[in-house]
Write a protein that binds this ligand. Structure first.
Ligand SMILES: NC(=O)c1ccc[n+]([C@@H]2O[C@H](COP(=O)([O-])OP(=O)(O)OC[C@H]3O[C@@H](n4cnc5c(N)ncnc54)[C@H](OP(=O)(O)O)[C@@H]3O)[C@@H](O)[C@H]2O)c1
Length: 333
């Protein structure tokens, strides 16, 4: 069977090989023929850290070619999305029903493959804020794999969404996702595009937006931050008292947080570290929620790079260079 293994001697640390064993499913696992998969930021780190011959791959979509022996899970011929721990980037995978969701015809393998890690991170992080109707929500890294889902899901929940992006050119794309405000800085001394107080540089209002939506938003009821570093305390300074900042990544480096970051700004606000694969047993349920949102048009995964699966190392290089926005999807023949 063909699939990817780690190999420190080749560029990108990843090699496509023909020598993999066929899946040996447990009684509660089906075998899925993989049609598409997507990449996640941390998988690049795993490929560097794990030993030679390790098999990466979490986000997969495909067709069940053998149902689970114990009769649970999807039947043969069912199109599914699957959330693997690893070993997903190969032709066939064993997968338990509680980690899969069935795909309706309207949802493509490519769209579905974007969902497991990034989609569940956004969904589960937003749940921390409870009912979001009318609430102010901040999403940092809004053009990224997780961020683009978080913006759309927060908007679908009725929140007023402020999207933080790294540069003004990104404003239009996050507005297209539904963001009500766009900022490029959260520093207290930053000027916005109208020269007003705080909030950074704001993108121009969307065509249907009143000009007052150009004003800085917040304080925030909920913030989702996958960047950390110096941005995290700036996010916390924008929170309402008692509000919650969900930290799920530190792509911007380690963060330093002091009690004054709470007391001086948003007393008794909370900082939560989200480990999105937990709980494992409801991954399939959560994937089904996201699949249904795609099917009814309320969620559109942003696929910034599409390629054939043999070009996975090149796709990782593009991810590292931030050469595309949203998700990278690789397709099997
Ligand atoms: N805790 C969990 O369970 C969990 C789950 C998923 C992801 N994560 C982590 O969350 C982070 C984001 O994941 P992702 O998949 O969304 O990554 P991604 O697709 O690479 O997107 C990263 C986003 O962050 C922005 N960004 C990158 N470096 C930045 C910096 N130094 N300062 C400000 N913004 C920066 C990028 O903006 P540009 O596009 O403008 O460069 C982009 O919008 C990663 O660290 C990942 O490992 C954790």
């Amino acid at each position: 069977m063909r699939g990817f293994v780690t190999d420190a001697t080749v560029p990108g640390g990843l090699r496509l090989t023909d020598g993999l064993p066929e899946p040996a499913p447990a009684p509660h696992e089906a075998v899925v023929e993989v049609r598409a998969f997507s990449l996640n930021h941390d998988e690049a780190n795993l490929i560097r850290r794990r030993p030679h011959g390790w098999r990466p791959g979490q986000d997969t979509a495909g067709v069940v070619v053998r149902a689970a022996a114990d009769g649970t899970g999807p039947r043969e011929g069912t199109r599914v999305v699957a959330y693997m721990d690893w070993e997903g980037w190969c032709e066939r995978i064993p997968i338990a029903g509680h980690r899969t969701a069935v795909l309706p015809d309207e949802v493509s393998f490519e769209q579905a493959a974007t969902l497991p890690v990034a989609g569940l991170t956004a969904l589960r992080a937003l749940r921390v804020g409870g009912a979001l109707l009318g609430r102010n929500v901040l999403v940092t890294g809004a053009s990224g794999g997780v961020g683009q889902f978080a913006v759309q899901l927060a908007v679908a929940s009725g929140a007023r969404v402020t999207a933080h992006v790294t540069r003004p050119e990104r404003a239009a794309e996050v507005r297209a996702l539904g963001a009500h405000h766009v900022v490029t800085s959260l520093a207290e001394n930053a000027e916005n595009a109208e020269g007003g107080e705080g909030g950074g540089v704001f993108g121009p209002p969307g065509p249907s937006e009143p000009s007052d939506s150009y004003r800085p938003s917040g304080p925030f009821h909920l913030a989702l931050d996958g960047i950390g570093g110096p941005l995290l305390p700036q996010v916390m300074h924008r929170m309402a008292p008692g509000a919650t900042t969900v930290l799920y990544g530190n792509i911007g480096g380690p963060a330093e947080v002091r009690i004054l970051d709470f007391a001086g700004y948003a007393p008794n606000s909370r900082l939560m570290g989200l480990v999105s694969p937990i709980p494992d047993e409801t991954k399939g349920e959560d994937l089904a929620i996201l699949v249904a949102l795609i099917a009814d048009g309320r969620l559109t995964p942003r696929i910034g790079l599409r390629d054939t699966w043999d070009r996975t190392p090149e796709a990782f290089a593009a991810l590292a260079a931030r050469a595309f926005r949203g998700k990278a999807v690789l397709v099997l023949p």
